[in-house]
Ligand binder design. Structure first.
Ligand code: FE2
Length: 413
């Protein structure tokens, strides 16, 4: 038997040492060893071989725009939204496409092969949607780009917001979005959650809402999201992104809430790099961390995947598209520095994200032939060092290669 690619001797995230054979765009075998011919052999002895990095929450229409037309002086979510409003009026479709493609190239070199990007549909001339639909076609076959119809200025609060969501779905956007905590009233927020779930059920698509992204313990739209998910029969197809208000909620209310989220099979997508900087801005001291309750959600049986959210945009000045940065920050803020916690953080930027996005990634025969060879011995070392991605393979094709970093010390100790 001849395979297309044979990845030799790598260490899988679970510690097994195995060869991975790829044929016809799929994983054909994972065994130790595989004695067979291959069109290309990738030597991975002593290196970590993982399923690809996945980012289930990003804003590709805003990425790499930092400083245009000015920076976010307060560092808050609300100034970011206002600044994005100014940028929307200035940027062209070509600007958005060029920046997005630059970001996608950077991400692929880091082993990032799937991104769910929210796209602001409240731009009345629709250039954000048209630009990201174009980007989705450009990157097809290398990077899976899922698009969420996201009414940034509100489902009801923005004039025509709800209609623009429908228009985006009609144009080919994949998923229904929303931002209930930004609507004018709590009642409007709940109504927007209801409308989003009903629309998704009608269309047979998924839901991913920006939900409770604030420090207000009484922002409880995730409760409505769980209930509406069950009412509309959307179990397993809905995600609540951010969920930061849960950090500040009363513990007895959270004790009731977590089983409802688990029962509805609503996934949680915390975004640690960005929410550790956006939240707590109205606090003096102590300043709340503002990340949702990652460990408690996982313990309750909720699927949790970390997202990047922003890279150099109106909300966040830094970022690289490296999901290991996200895992690194996430395990710090969520106090997951025990061995299981650090391994879970790696899972939350790889396998869990793929599950949330409904992708058939994984190092098992029959799955998509996508993987990354990392210059680290195991997932914890990968998070610690955030080292070079030596080889990135997408659907059976090598799409990026890098040399290991070397440094020759001239000093003597
Ligand atoms: Fe977001």
């Amino acid at each position: 038997m001849t395979f297309d690619i044979l990845v030799k001797g790598g260490t899988l995230p679970d510690g097994r040492i195995a060869d991975v054979a790829l044929a016809d765009g799929k994983i054909a075998a994972v065994e130790a060893p595989i004695d067979a011919e291959a069109g290309e052999v990738v030597e991975a002895a002593g290196k970590l071989v993982s399923s690809p990095f996945v980012d289930p929450h990003f804003h590709m229409d805003a990425t790499l725009s930092y400083g245009t037309p000015r920076v976010n002086a307060s560092g808050t979510l609300l100034e970011g939204i206002a600044l994005w409003g100014d940028l929307k009026a200035l940027q062209t479709r070509e600007d958005i496409v060029a920046r997005a493609l630059t970001y996608c190239r950077q991400g692929v070199t880091k082993g990032l092969l799937a991104i769910r990007s929210h796209v602001d549909v409240t731009d009345p001339n629709f250039k954000t949607v048209e630009a990201l639909l174009e980007v989705r076609e450009h990157v097809r076959g290398v990077l899976d780009l899922q698009l969420v119809a996201f009414p940034q200025d509100g489902w009801f609060r923005a004039e025509g917001g709800a209609a623009q969501v429908v228009r985006a779905l009609d144009a080919g956007v994949d998923i229904v979005g929303g931002i209930p905590h930004f609507e004018r009233t709590t009642a409007d927020g709940a109504a927007s959650v209801r409308a989003a779930c009903e629309l998704a059920a009608q269309r047979g698509v998924r839901v991913d809402l920006h939900c409770d992204e604030c420090d207000d313990p009484l922002s409880r739209h995730v409760e409505t999201l769980a209930a509406e998910t069950v009412r509309c029969g959307l179990q397993g197809r809905v995600a609540g992104s951010h969920l930061t208000s849960m950090h500040s909620m009363d513990n007895s209310y959270v004790a009731k809430l977590l089983p409802l989220i688990a029962e509805a099979e609503v996934a949680a997508i915390p975004n640690p790099l960005v929410n550790i900087t956006l939240q707590g801005r109205t606090d003096t001291y102590p300043k709340r961390r503002g990340l949702t309750r990652v460990q408690e959600l996982r313990s309750a049986g909720v699927r949790v995947a970390f997202g990047q959210d922003c890279v150099r945009d109106p909300w966040y000045p830094l970022g690289t598209g490296d999901m290991l940065d996200v895992a690194h920050m996430g395990l710090h803020v969520a106090l997951m520095t025990d061995l299981d916690g650090m391994r879970a953080a790696f899972d939350m930027v790889t396998s869990a994200g793929a599950e949330v996005m409904g992708l058939d990634f994984g190092l098992e025969p029959g799955r998509r032939g996508s993987l990354v060879v990392i210059d680290a011995s195991d997932p914890i070392e990968a998070i610690r060092l955030r080292p070079t991605r030596l080889c990135v393979i997408s659907d059976g094709r090598i799409v990026a290669r890098s040399r290991p970093e070397t440094c020759h010390l001239s000093a003597k100790f």
